[in-house]
Design a protein around this ligand. Structure first.
Ligand code: SF4
Ligand code: SF4
Length: 338
């Protein structure tokens, strides 16, 4: 498959390259790849050998991304890639994120769009491992999706440089961005990322008006302190108290063996966050005590009931041509977008 012209890469001394796609700003020497393992220098030339390399192609409910306020109950064609610019020790997708050797196949953009159309999907998700490091493929696929009337869903760690974030988010309709901690040290030392870049990416998504939801995996001993979760909630509420925040329970995986998140502690954190944010959801626990459902912010009527990844849309309706649904009981606006 023909490789496109790499973006976000400039020449550096001694046939080196400098990549600015993410805050690592890798200086890539000939014969080597950047930290994400997928952007390479071949004899001084930037190469993208994993352009269009798809490691997973599956139908998921949008609720699994998780996205609760975008087309609830619909399915999404989900694409997985290879490589990642972070190294979270608890990564659930480490087989595809922490190596470039995962099994997969090359799919041209046209084949992805054809698969979406054949399956009757109204949206494509770029997900599983980190899609951002494949910025060139994302831009091509997202533009083609829009030409076919298909929406783009980005599920990302948000650790991007400003130019790549702006370019990719401009073609994104709905995004779930991880806010993995509120400590620059945790991002730098444990996750191998950059908190400020993630905060800027979340701000950019909000400023562009895309449907934005945020997820935090609550990992005991890493980011579960009250002050830290309050700082995350304060940051999001400062942008808008309407941003949905998903608090997910961690389970041991990859190289992290701390005990799983206590469901009661997760519910307590969610309860506390609801003082700052209107829509706080819990995930990965068996009993959510209503923290999976979406009520009307005005009259309290149930808009969407959820159990696991299943959503029952029951209290919303949409005026012809409107982007957002209204509450079927009181007629006032809901945050749920079509
Ligand atoms: S995307 Fe980030 S990790 Fe990958 S080569 Fe570029 S700067 Fe390095
Ligand atoms: S950012 Fe996501 S894909 Fe990358 S290592 Fe962390 S959890 Fe895994």
């Amino acid at each position: 498959m023909a490789e496109p012209q790499p973006r976000y890469v400039t020449p550096a001394p001694n046939r080196g390259l400098r990549c600015s796609l993410c805050p690592h700003g890798c200086r890539i020497t000939p014969g080597r790849a950047g930290l994400c393992r997928v952007r390479r220098n071949q004899d001084g030339e930037a190469r993208l050998p994993y352009y269009g390399y798809i490691t997973a192609l599956a139908e998921d409910p949008l609720e699994k991304k998780p996205l609760y306020h975008f087309r609830p109950g619909e399915g999404v064609l989900s694409l997985g890639f290879t490589g990642c610019n972070l190294r979270c020790p608890f990564c659930q997708n480490w087989r595809i994120s922490q190596s470039a050797g995962a099994p997969g196949r090359y799919m041209p953009v046209e084949a992805v769009i054809a698969a979406a159309k054949a399956g009757g999907f109204r949206q494509i998700a770029y997900t599983y491992s980190e899609p951002l490091v494949h910025g060139e493929f994302l831009l091509d696929c997202m533009a083609a999706a829009h030409e076919s009337g298909i929406a783009n869903v980005l599920v990302s760690n948000g650790c991007a440089g400003p130019d790549a974030a702006r370019d990719i988010l401009s073609l994104t309709d709905a995004a779930n961005i991880d806010l993995k901690a509120f400590s620059p040290e945790t991002y730098a030392r444990v996750l191998g990322g950059d908190l400020n870049a993630v905060l800027d990416c979340i701000r950019a998504a909000r400023a562009l008006g895309i449907l934005l939801e945020v997820t935090t995996l609550i990992v005991p001993g890493l980011n579960d302190g009250e002050a830290e979760t309050a700082a995350c909630a304060d940051f999001l509420a400062g942008l808008s108290p309407e941003i949905p925040w998903h608090l997910s329970a961690y389970h041991p995986d990859y190289c992290h063996n701390a005990p799983p998140t206590d469901p009661q502690a997760l519910l307590k954190a969610a309860q506390s966050a609801r003082r700052r944010l209107r829509y706080v959801y819990t995930g990965n626990i068996p009993c959510s005590r209503g923290f999976e459902d979406t009520p009307c912010a005005f009259c309290g009527a149930l808009l969407v009931r959820r159990r696991g990844f299943r959503a029952a849309v029951q209290g919303i309706r949409r005026e012809a041509g409107a982007k957002n649904y209204v509450c079927a009981a009181c007629g006032r606006p809901t945050p749920i977008r079509s």
